[in-house]
Structures are given as C-alpha cells and as structure tokens.
Design a protein around this ligand. Structure first.
Ligand SMILES: [Fe+2]
Length: 681
C-alpha cells in the first residue's frame, strides 16, 4: 500500500515553530468572530446521540449526511512537547454522520442523530510516541534540525493501517470498481437504502474505506486496484460521476522525468476501468476536474509542480504561478474511445473547485458544439498560502496580520469559460478558451455546490461559502443566480459555515427547490449545529444542535432515504384536461371506465385528488427490462406473494418497477435481500 506521495513519505516532521504561535496567542479574536474550536476539535461522539432540533427540516431531507475533513491540529507527545500542524490540509482527519429521520406526520418534528470518529488513531499514536510525523504532509513547515532527525527516524516505517493514513478530503458511497465483488443482485434494487460502502478520498491515488455507520476506518485501497496502469501518485479528490449512469471519472498523474496523465473512467454497472487517454503534460496540483455528457475535461491550471522539490513538502513543490504560461484544457472523449480530442489554452489561473460543464450549440455556428465550464478561480496559486493555520485561527496575531494585508490575489470568483467548437475527431492544434464572465470576487466564494441533478447540464444556481474577510475563515453562505447574476447571502456574526450541500425536493419543479445543509460553528458558544436553509431564499428552516465543536471540514455527501409514497388515482376527466405537467405521472393507463394515474401521494393531494388508492412504495429493478428479466420478475413476485405481500408490477422500456403496499415495504425489501442472497449461493 502506497502512502501519500510515496517519495516524500519520509519527510519530517511536525513543526517546532509552534512556540511562535503560542506566544502570539491573544485573547482577541479577529473581528470578534471566534473560530478557534473549529480547528482543533476535541469532540468525538462514537455512539449516535439524538440532537435537539429547532424549527423544521423537510421530510425529503431524510437520509444521511456525511462530512469529513481535518480534525485535530495539535498533539501532546509523550516527551511533553506540544506538536502542531502548520497547514490546514494536514489536519488529522475526522468523519461525521448526521442521520435525519423524517417526521412521522405533519405534527411531529424531524429527528436527527449524530456520530463522529477521528479517523487516524494509529497515526496519532505513532506521532505521540515518536514525536514525529514521518508520513506525508501537504504543507508542513519544517524545522531543519527536525528534518535531519526525520531522516534517521524513517529507518523505522510503521505498518500501514487504515487509521494510520490521513485520507479525509472527500467522501463517496459505493465507489465503482472498488468492491472486489459488487453485490450485483442487491445493487439492482433501485429504491433500496443504497449505502453499501463508504470511502474517503484525497489528492493521491489511495482510498480509505470506512464503516458507513460507525465510521471506523476498515480498509485501504489504491487506484492500482482499478487498473494496473494507475500507479501514479497524484489524483483528484473530486472524481466526477455521471448523474445518470454513476460511472466515475478521474485522472492519475505519474511524476517522473516524464510526467504522464492517465484519464480514466470506471463503469458503475460492471466495475470495469477504462483508460480513456494517456498523455504527457506539465505536472500540476489539480484537485478537481469536469465532465460533460460526452467528455472528461481536465484543465492543467497554473499550480505547476516541480517533482524535484517533493522531498520537502507538496506545497514546496508547487511553483508560483507564471502568468506567461497558459492554462491548458484537455478534452477527452468518454464515450467512443477517441481519446484526447482537443486542447484549449486560456490565460493563467488557479482553481481548487470546478462547478459544472455542459455542451451548448456554438454561438457562431449552431452546427458546432461548445463546452461551457464553470469554476471557482483565483489569479494564482497564492491562495494555498492562505490556508495555513497561522492565517486561519481567529485568536492568532498572525491571522489578524494576514487578514489586514490580504489583497485581491487571495480572492476567488465564479468564472465561466467557453471552449468553442469542440472537434468530433482528434485535433492537435491548440484552440483558445475564453472567459465569458467572472463574478463575486468581493464575496470570495469557495466550496461550490449545486443541484446534483444538473451535472453535465446547464445549471442556473450555484451555492458556496464566502471568505468575505469578516472572519479569518468562512463568514457566510451565498447563492448565485448565473442567469441574472444576482446574489443572495446568509450571514450571521460569529457563525462560520461549512460547505452547503444541496438536497433537492423530489416533488419540486425548479432547480433551486430544495434545502442547503451546512455544519456551522457558533463561535460564541464554541459549539456547532447542522443548519437547514431554504435554497430558494437562504432563509433558515431549522437547525440541529451538536453538543460540541465539529471541526471545519472540507466536503461531504448527502444520501437521501427514499420514502416517497406513491398512489394510484382514477379519474373520468379527459386526458387533455388533466394537469399532467405538474402531476408528473409515473404511469398513465387509459381504460374504458376511466384513466388511472400513478403519482406521488403529495402531488395527488396537492392537485385535489383526496381519495387515491393503494399507497405504496416503488422498488425499481435497475437492470434493463428484457425477456430474460421475466423469470426474475416472476420469481420475485411469487416470493412476495408467498409472504402475503401484494404487488403491482409495471414495466417501462428501460426498467421494471414493483409497487408494494407501504406498510409492507420493509418486509418486501427483506424478501428481496433473501432472493439476492439465494442467487449468490
Ligand atoms: Fe475540495
């Protein structure tokens, strides 16, 4: 098992410039906006506890919200010294889990449970004993004396365990290709709970497997498992997934005398990994990438790496942005095996987070297709200097000084690029990418999110946290309407929010019909809460209070519980008089006696159909409908019948759907699990 950036794994150590930080500690918090407790949380809650809830959280937000990111930033070593990390990205990871249960009826409140787990216990224990961090570092500042000591200490290399690897930037459930033998049959039940595995990822080629409920680190994996050619050290924390197929896309970068990118895709249905393109290019720190319906878009922006410098720290290897060097956009075909089909160049910039990309007819020639790409951009990679603890912790004089001298080069903006006239066959001549607009620099947005259903389609709304400068870290949640360029802001003094995750209202008709879930530190109380905002106007709907400070994390994922109730309704009204566009029928059957419509209970009632029948749960078989599936359907319905569960089977062209009475839905799922287990033998 490789460690993060193998060739620098022997670096030492935890910085001893911490005394400077201690001496600079002041009672004053920058702008009276305390955030210290978010950078060195002591609070761990291994067993789920119920949180007190104020206000309301909509039923459709029921499910699990996972969060991960840095936890502890300092340790007491056995030799009595306090060891402090210097870069926020190196914080010892912690994972959080909020489980939201829908209200049982309109008169009850939602219930929210919380548990968390530090995810690097073995690494922390090693550091305590040795007083040194031999493992990787993103940006640890080193004491030269400790460097020498570190080289001696590396003769002892601790055994890699899941909790000795600090991997805690992004989280993914059910990562394609990683489970040695995917449970194919159970994965076919489209409406099952759905969380089979949970993985943490980072900007190198490793994955950490976590127990989805206890969050205990239980395994390590490498991209080499996906494909033997994926042996390079560097990758993106933010792999991209197709919103329809679930196929996952990322890159793997091999550092060496020649640096090689391999852009790859993993099929969600087969687990097979395909190398889509292999090409040499300037090595760079690329935290995210983009996909369109037909492409993977890898932009090598201007955080170029000098691999020769990697024996000190990854930060040290990232070169200052050279404005004379273009950013280069590589466009790779992901559907037809055409490989790298185009490159585009744009003026130099730096980016952590892409937002979305999609295809549009070219403005100048509608017969051609452009790629439109939205990202969060800064002028250069200096932003990486911002996120040292000494610049972030509100009580540190160094942070006060940094904020006062912080200039526009540390500010981000939403930027829309256009890559005109994407060729359909490989083209070697570089083309020009153009900036269409750049917005919100005064708000300095980061950690962008959007309605995930819009991935690879044109989106209208994007959400983010703000770094306006009111606080040393985040100081608000914003929403940008890309069409009107209007901005909305949620901000409360002393409240430091994390990434706002959008959860769509499944009954909603507009892109922003949903809620934002964000873990916020109340700096005044020193405790955190899960905030639920109406995504339309950023008004607060409710919050669930945590009895401790949740560390400022990076990213998370919300996995909804599928509890939609469907109903069958009948009407004698002519079809053309029915409000079908808003009733959103799952099924329409016209018979001599009348018309039957299957839709959700909520939509039926909102349209005045107050006496629908057969309240039921829909179980979709995600295999393609076919004659071969008939035997499977018959076996399932017979087994359900044996258990006294009535069914109504509906076959679309693509899939088969089984409607079972809502009261027997859980029983039905258990029966399906039995069928799946028997099929596995
Ligand atoms: Fe990120």
């Amino acid at each position: 098992m490789s460690t993060q950036f193998d060739h620098i794994e022997n670096m030492s150590s935890i910085g001893r410039d911490s005394t400077v930080m201690e001496n600079n500690m002041s009672e004053d918090h920058y702008n009276n906006w305390p955030n210290d407790k978010g950078f060195d949380p002591k609070y761990e809650q291994r067993d789920p506890v119920e949180l007190s809830v104020a206000g309301q959280i909509p039923a459709y937000a029921a499910g699990v919200l996972y969060r991960t990111g840095p936890g502890k930033s300092q340790l007491q070593a056995d030799n009595g010294e306090t060891l402090r990390l210097s870069h926020w990205f190196d914080g010892f990871g912690q994972t959080h889990r909020f489980q939201i249960f829908a209200p049982e009826n309109s008169h009850t409140s939602p219930r929210v449970f919380y548990n968390s787990r530090f995810s690097t216990d073995d690494l922390i224990e090693h550091v305590r004993k040795t007083g040194s961090l031999d493992e990787i570092s993103f940006g640890q500042k080193r004491d030269p004396c400790r460097s020498v000591l570190g080289k001696v200490q590396t003769e002892y290399v601790p055994q890699q365990t899941p909790s000795s690897s600090n991997i805690s930037v992004t989280l993914s459930i059910n990562v394609p290709g990683l489970d040695p033998k995917p449970d194919e049959l159970t994965s076919r039940w489209g409406d099952s709970q759905g969380i089979r595995t949970l993985y943490a990822k980072t900007d190198y080629n490793a994955f950490k497997k976590l127990d989805p409920e206890t969050l205990e680190p239980i395994g390590l994996a490498s991209q080499i498992i996906l494909h033997p050619e994926l042996s390079g050290q560097v990758s993106a924390s933010h792999a991209r997934s197709d919103p329809i197929t679930g196929d996952m896309f990322n890159y793997n970068l091999t550092l060496g005398s020649t640096c090689t990118y391999r852009v790859f895709g993993v099929s969600a249905s087969t687990g097979k990994t395909t190398i889509l393109a292999t090409f040499p290019a300037t090595p760079a720190y690329l935290h995210s990438l983009l996909i369109t319906e037909d492409h993977v878009v890898l932009c090598v922006w201007n955080a170029h790496i000098n691999p020769q410098l990697l024996d000190s720290s990854f930060m040290d290897s990232i070169l200052p942005t050279d404005p004379s060097q273009p950013a280069v956009w590589y466009v790779i075909d992901r559907k037809h095996g055409k490989g790298l089909i185009a490159t585009y160049e744009s003026p130099a910039f730096f980016c952590f987070h892409t937002v979305n990309a999609w295809l549009e007819p070219s403005k100048e020639n509608p017969a051609e297709v452009d790629i439109v790409a939205d990202i969060v951009r800064t002028d250069n990679s200096k932003f990486l200097q911002y996120v040292y603890y000494e610049n972030l912790i509100s009580s540190l004089d160094t942070a006060h000084t940094f904020q006062k001298k912080r200039d526009d080069s540390f500010r981000t903006s939403f930027t829309r690029f256009r890559l005109p006239a994407v060729p359909s066959t490989p083209c070697t001549d570089p083309k020009k990418a153009v900036v269409e607009w750049s917005l919100c620099k005064s708000l300095s947005p980061e950690l962008p999110t959007m309605n995930p259903k819009r991935v690879t389609e044109k989106h209208r709304y994007v959400y983010a946290v703000t770094f306006r400068g009111e606080a040393t870290l985040t100081d608000g949640i914003m929403k940008l309407d890309c069409d009107t360029q209007q901005v909305q802001l949620w901000a409360c003094h002393g409240q430091s929010p994390g990434e706002p995750i959008f959860v769509a209202n499944p009954e909603g008709n507009s892109e922003d019909d949903g809620v934002l879930l964000s873990v916020v530190l109340d700096g005044m109380r020193g405790k955190s809460y899960l905030l639920c905002l109406n995504a339309r106007n950023l008004s607060e709907l409710g919050r669930a209070n945590v009895d401790g400070a949740v560390g400022f994390g990076f990213h998370g994922q919300h996995v909804p519980t599928t509890q939609t109730t469907y109903v069958f309704l009948t009407t004698k009204s002519p079809l053309h008089t029915l409000p079908l566009s808003t009733l959103q029928p799952q099924l329409i059957a016209q018979e001599q006696e009348g018309t039957t419509i299957v839709t959700t209970e909520m939509l039926a009632k909102s349209h005045g159909f107050n006496e629908p029948t057969f309240p039921c749960k829909k179980i979709s078989l995600t295999i393609h409908s076919s004659l071969e599936a008939l035997d499977l359907i018959a076996a399932i319905t017979n087994r359900l019948k044996d258990h006294g569960i009535s069914t109504n089977v509906v076959s679309g062209y693509f899939h088969d759907h089984i409607y079972v009475p809502i009261a027997r839905a859980e029983d039905a799922m258990r029966v399906l699990e039995e069928v799946a287990a028997e099929a596995r033998g």
